[in-house]
Write a protein that binds this ligand. Structure first.
Ligand SMILES: [Zn+2]
Ligand SMILES: [Zn+2]
Length: 145
C-alpha cells in the first residue's frame, strides 16, 4: 500500500525556541517500540513519520546526539538545547529522509495513520497499539529508523 499523505504544518519545540515547518509528502508512517524510542518518547513506542529532507525546514539552533542503530547505521537525533524536545532525527541508512515524530504536531496531527509496528519484540503489553497493525520483530526492510 502506498501512502500519499501531503502535509503543510508549522510547529515548534515545547519552549518555542526552535520552529519547524514540514511541507511535502509523508513517505512512511509507523510505530516503533525499540528501547531508544521508549526512552525518548516516555511511552511504549514512538509514532514516527518520514519525509524527504527538503520538505522539512528548521529555524533556530538545535543540539544533536548520534548513536549507532541496530542496523549499523548512525542515528542522529536533533533536539532543542533549551527544552529537550526532539525536532527531527536522521539515519545514515536513509540520508534522503528526515525522521519526525507525530507528537511534535500536537493539536494538528489527525492525518497521522501508521500502518505497522516495528521492534515489536521490545513492545510492552501495557502500551496499547491497534492489534490489526502488522508487527515486525525488528526492522521491516523499507523502514530506515
Ligand atoms: Zn525548546
Ligand atoms: Zn525506535
Amino acid at each position: 500500500m502506498t501512502q500519499s499523505t501531503q502535509i503543510d504544518q508549522d510547529t515548534s519545540c515545547d519552549c518555542g525556541a526552535v520552529r519547524l515547518n514540514a511541507n511535502g509528502r509523508v513517505v512512511s508512517m509507523f510505530q516503533c517500540a525499540c528501547q531508544n524510542c521508549q526512552k525518548v518518547s516516555g511511552s511504549g513506542h514512538s509514532s514516527v513519520l518520514l519525509m524527504p529532507v527538503d520538505a522539512v525546514r528548521v529555524t533556530g539552533a538545535t543540539k544533536s546526539f548520534t548513536r549507532p542503530a541496530e542496523s549499523g547505521a548512525n542515528f542522529t537525533r536533533h533536539f532543542c538545547p533549551e527544552c529537550g524536545t526532539t525536532l527531527y532525527a536522521e539515519s545514515s541508512r536513509a540520508p534522503a529522509f528526515r525522521i519526525l515524530l507525530a507528537g511534535l504536531f500536537a493539536g494538528s496531527n489527525d492525518w497521522y495513520a501508521p500502518n505497522q509496528l516495528i521492534f515489536s519484540r521490545s513492545h510492552p503489553d501495557w502500551d496499547l497499539i491497534e492489534s490489526a497493525l502488522p508487527r515486525y520483530e525488528t526492522y521491516r526492510p523499507e523502514t530506515p529508523a
